[in-house]
Design a protein around this ligand. Structure first.
Ligand code: FAD
Ligand code: NAD
Length: 473
């Protein structure tokens, strides 16, 4: 029993948690937010989205400077001041997380720096930064504890040169030869950063292509460029052993058919996925259910099997993306405040912030085929976009999946610089149930990459201006 009782307690201060806490406070609830860091931000701000994007921006600048050589402007090779780079990245993170701390204060949210464990269906034990534990009761609780990197047992070692994304983003050293295990989001984004800063990057991916699950025509645009930037991309390959040895790390690589072969690297990034933080939360003291992958099971209101407890973000199902956590945080806080709302999303966009960026939303072509959804695909090649040519990037593509009967946009895919910004129009189109005609009749500014959305929509009718395709009807 405790006299200290919160109306709403949010466990975890990442994108899901701080959004839920802010929404709860905005709706008039007395909110407690608990997280081990000095300020909210979670993985995304402290060691995920934000630091990686700050470094990817630098990688883009370096890449653009190199490409300018093709247009007659030559720069000297970059001289990297790692210390200054780290300071700049840390500054971005501190500004944002400090800002969140201030926003929490302005909303009168009680922020406890610590870790929470459920001791019952309406009580927590909160161990503070100073090591003392206090009891805290609650009317409603939102679990937003996020996820952590998976490190398979045959890749585990204490050696500092074998890193997860968190360590890699610290940029403690620049390995001459970096092995990236996993050709997913993290492997390709952080691999891009290290390659731009001068490391020779080898990627091993166990499936037959990079970014499994993403439509191949989009990935192809990226793979072509990465083939130039990276030393090697080894598909259908796993790491079967790892052994730090003197001034390098010995690694055994195993292809599908071959015997393991030994290689040496100066650093290894393990990026083979993340798992939800649902253990060590005392959930056994509640009725909250966890699925075999460790995700907390929730209903469309983000409510767990324990009616007063909600779960959101990475700990509550895939995709593990910050904007999904933002969305779910608001839903859970609204429901906890008494509003009768449900999760209702047609498209959660995904963006890989490499160069080119890959972005998609709604139905992918692979999903449409697997689920036998009637669809027509239109692909507008950026070679026909004036803007893409001014940027020297004719290799991009914008594609739409359209329902041939209703003419509604079912899915959008993009590969090219700025794809992460362009996809927002596609998300809105899907959410609003827009038809290809709506996109085609919308006047887009010229010359922009956004026009490729309109032209792709016009292609569906066989009337795109800058490409000739047979009339549809
Ligand atoms: P988290 O951000 O993981 O926050 C959970 C918080 O809960 C943490 O601060 C944790 O310390 C705290 N916590 C855990 N247990 C307890 C406890 N018992 N008590 C109190 N607090 C606890 N997503 C994107 O959408 N775009 C990107 O560009 C992007 N880039 C990424 C780059 C990297 C390198 C990584 C690793 C991830 C990236 N992601 C990106 C994914 C994104 O970071 C996550 O989807 C997002 O952070 C999930 O938010 P969350 O609120 O669920 O949890
Ligand atoms: P991921 O699931 O994106 O990619 C992991 C890759 O590793 C897969 O391609 C998988 O086939 C491969 N793999 C698994 N085991 C392997 C092995 N033993 N050897 C070789 N390859 C192996 O996972 P991630 O890159 O670790 O990222 C985790 C999650 O974080 C992402 O799924 C995403 O939800 C989130 N994230 C998002 C962004 C973004 O939005 N831009 C950026 C980074 C991370």
């Amino acid at each position: 029993m405790t006299n200290d009782k919160a109306q709403l307690v949010v466990i975890g201060g990442g994108p899901g948690g701080y959004t839920a806490a802010f929404m709860g406070a905005d709706l008039g609830m007395a909110v407690v937010l608990i997280d081990p860091e000095e300020n909210p931000g979670g993985v995304c701000l402290h060691r995920g989205c934000i630091p990686s994007k700050a470094l990817l921006h630098i990688a883009k600048v370096i890449g653009d400077a190199r490409e300018a050589g093709h247009w007659g402007v030559r720069f000297d090779p970059p001289r990297i001041d790692l210390e200054a780079l780290r300071r700049w990245k840390a500054d971005v993170v501190t500004k944002l997380t400090g800002g969140l701390g201030q926003l929490a204060g302005q909303r009168k949210i009680r922020y406890i720096r610590g870790r929470a464990v459920f001791t019952g269906a309406d009580t927590l034990g909160v161990t503070g930064h100073d090591g003392t534990t206090q009891a805290l009761g609650f009317e409603s609780a939102i679990i937003a504890t996020g996820s952590r990197a998976v490190v398979p047992s045959d890749l585990q070692t204490d050696d500092h040169r074998v890193m997860t994304s968190s360590q890699a983003l610290n940029l403690d050293h620049l390995p001459k030869r970096l092995l990236v295990v996993g050709g997913g989001y993290i492997g390709l984004e952080i691999g891009t950063v290290y390659a731009a800063l001068g490391s020779k990057v080898t990627v091993v991916e166990m499936t037959e292509g990079l970014l499994p699950g993403v439509d191949r025509d989009l990935v192809r645009v990226l793979s072509k460029r990465l083939a130039d930037r990276f030393e090697e991309i080894l598909l259908q390959t796993r790491v079967s052993g790892i052994k730090p040895d003197g001034d390098s790390v010995r690694v055994w690589l195993q292809g599908n058919q071959d015997e393991p072969r030994e290689r040496r690297f100066d650093g290894v990034l393990v990026a083979v996925g993340r798992r939800p933080n649902s253990r060590e939360l005392g959930l056994e003291n509640t009725r909250v259910k966890v699925d075999p992958k460790g995700f907390i099971e929730v209903d469309p209101q983000q409510r767990t099997a324990e009616p007063a407890i909600f779960a959101i973000g990475d700990v509550a199902d895939e995709p593990m993306l910050a904007h999904k956590a933002f969305y779910e945080g608001r839903i859970a806080a609204e429901v906890a405040s008494g509003r009768n709302v449900v999760r209702d999303v047609r498209a959660i966009p995904a963006v890989v912030f490499t160069d080119p960026e890959i972005a998609w939303a709604g139905l992918t072509e692979a999903q449409a085929r697997a689920r036998q959804v009637q669809h027509e695909v239109v692909r507008f090649p950026w070679a026909a976009s004036g803007r893409a040519l001014t940027l020297g990037r004719p290799d991009g593509v914008t594609k739409l999946l359209i329902d041939p009967e209703s003419e509604r946009v079912l899915g959008v895919g993009l590969a090219g610089p700025g794809a992460g910004e362009l996809i927002a129009e596609g998300v809105l189109a899907i959410e609003l149930g827009a038809g290809a005609g709506d996109l085609g009749l919308t006047v887009h500014p010229h010359p922009t990459l956004a026009e490729t959305m309109k032209e792709a929509a016009d292609m569906f009718f066989g009337t795109a201006t800058h490409i000739h395709r047979k009339q549809r009807r």
